[in-house]
Design a protein. Structure first.
Length: 276
């Protein structure tokens, strides 16, 4: 079935979703962005089929995908609750789910809200950084709470049509716990690493290790600060674990305890070999 899909917010993720839909599916793609010039560029590029006002677009869309900063999603949905098409699916691409899903599940909507998270990104942001291949081989995580299975299945099928390699259905809480480990702590670590006073002097002394650890320090602070705070408990737990392990390394190095160092690295190597 060909659906009308509305993509709200045409930055890196939103525009990549729109371009992927156009490239890999036959669905009709509406697009809207707060900055009109971006919407016009998306139209010119063929990233979307049409645009319009929210009053025109929301009642038409079978699926609405919201790509806003964390703190803007709940207010937007509540303020526009009467405009969404009855029986449609409303979802979002936000990197945390508990805060949003548990608040919205309290509401009695004429549409179905399902939390989602397309697991892909780049170190750069904005429409011009978007790609129709961004989600190739990526995971699509779905966090339904009170949605009917048929609605969740529709969203999962759409993700598969788009080319996501793996789809995962889980709870908002487990999503946020895992994202604190797989994504957020990596950004905290990268930022902490390049805050070293030696970082500006790395040219000529650095190779793959520096590049790998520092890559995601190229970060949108406005967006990620919202994500960190909205997921503070799982993220603080990961920071505590990281600090604890760093202290073990510090103590072993300071005490010239080679046996302890070898053990720490052997355990880490074994885990990495097992989990990939």
């Amino acid at each position: 079935m060909i659906m009308k899909i509305l993509v709200l917010g045409l930055g890196l993720i939103g525009a990549s979703i729109a371009k992927t839909l156009k490239k890999n599916t036959k669905h009709y793609v509406y697009g809207w962005n707060r900055t009109e010039a971006v919407t016009k560029k998306a139209l010119t590029d063929g990233a979307i089929d049409a645009t319009g006002s929210l009053d025109e677009l929301l009642p038409e869309a079978d699926v609405t995908i919201i790509n806003f900063y964390t703190d803007a999603i709940i207010p937007f949905i509540l303020e526009n609750r009467e405009k969404f098409k009855k029986g449609s699916i409303v979802t979002d691409s936000c990197g945390i789910k508990t805060k949003i899903c548990r608040e919205l599940e309290k509401e009695n909507f004429d549409f179905t809200y399902i939390g989602a998270h397309p697991m892909a990104g780049r170190e750069v942001s904005g429409y011009d950084a978007s790609l129709p291949t961004l989600f190739d081989n990526a995971s699509f995580i779905c966090t339904p709470t009170n949605a009917k299975k048929s609605k969740t299945d529709t969203l999962i099928l759409l993700a598969k049509e788009m080319g996501f390699k793996r789809t995962v259905v889980t709870t908002p809480e487990h999503h946020d716990e895992m994202i604190a480990f797989t994504s957020q702590i990596a950004h905290v670590l990268a930022c902490s690493y390049v805050l070293s006073p030696l970082a500006p002097h790395h040219p000529g002394f650095s190779a793959g290790s520096y590049r790998d650890v520092s890559r995601v320090a190229r970060i949108n602070g406005e967006m990620w600060s919202e994500l960190f705070i909205a997921n503070k408990e799982p993220l603080i737990n990961e920071i505590d674990d990281l600090v604890s392990n760093l202290i073990k390394f510090k103590q072993a190095i300071g005490g010239e305890n080679r046996e302890a160092l070898v053990d720490l690295m052997a355990r880490a190597n074994k885990i990495k070999e097992e989990i990939g």
